[in-house]
Design a protein around this ligand. Sequence first.
Ligand code: PLP
Length: 387
Amino acid sequence: MGRVTGSVHTAGCEWLQYDYAPGLVPSGRPEPFTMWRYTSLLPLAEGPVGYPLPVGGTPLLPAPALRSALGTPSLWVKDETRGPTASNKDRATALVIEDGLRRGLDTITTASTGNAAVATAFGAAAAGMRAVIFVSADCQEDKLALMAQAGAWVFQAPGGYAAAVDLSRAAVAEFGWVDRNTGVNPLTTEAKKTVALEIWEQLGRRIPDVMVAPVGDGPTLVALEKGFAELVACGVAARRPRLVGVQAQACQPLVRAWLGSSPTSDELAPGSTVADGIAVLRPAVGDAVLRAVRSSDGAMVAVSDTELMEAVGLLASTAGVGAEPAGAASVAGLRSALRDGLVDPGETIAVLVTGREIKAAGSPPQGRVAVADRLDEVRQALGSPAV
Ligand SMILES: Cc1ncc(COP(=O)(O)O)c(C=O)c1O
């Protein structure tokens, strides 16, 4: 199990460190191929993993027809839609719940644009924990239905996603619940970095030239940076890939910061893009994203809703991967980066597809979804005691 030797705060992000050595990286056959293969690089004490759902070990697809469509012969699709709730949020959820179980805690909370909440609701249900979720008032109905069906308590913050984050964090401080808020709990980054470790192994222990990922709050991309950097620190890889982060044109605070220009109001309109998962006005680890992109010699790109929907169609028709628009943003971003000469088509490119299209989930069951913008409303809905 991984022994954390320290932690540094860099660009607003807590970064755990280990005693890096080649022995921390597994070398045997990946059986079973799950995220727990990398426990030597995860902050877990010795002992069996109790989290019941299989997480990680998602396929890296060669997708030949997508390669021909894009003219990129060495393209790979890391298909994170294959997790238990069909998004890369399953990884962070698993590690945070595992840690909470070991600490004897019984309630987990998170704010979410939708997918982290669904992952938390299902993961908590499987692990026998209570989940208390905070979402924006315009969270997709299908995602709300999934959370509530899994038995989570769901509060919609009229003030939007930023208000939901504030409320969830206030609840952690007040009630001592497990905090799964992305980018806030360093375990979320630790879990998501396993994607980088997997890609490296799946490529035959090679680092791609370019890695493209959607960016909302930012931990997905920052975790990729950390995973690849740790392979270098362990002495098993010589370099990191260039990181390309993708945002929706209608909500692109980090692309604008990257370009050194101010966003217009149309570029800060989270409610107006189909990519709800990445529509974040105040990214939790935005500075760390910019640092990661800069230090890897990468780039940030913005894509329109039309480009996002084309990418959804392309993934479905050429790779058989059913992505939601935010999940397909990496493919849309890659096309834009190829057009702009930021990526050479002959390079080894990995695109991270982060979330699946939702099958009709129906309406949320009665009584599980409420509106709240203050903690006393949460306390009242949960009954006394709330903790
Ligand atoms: C499908 C999907 N892709 C990408 C992201 C962005 O991840 P991050 O917030 O780590 O940048 C999210 C976040 O909710 C998401 O749901």
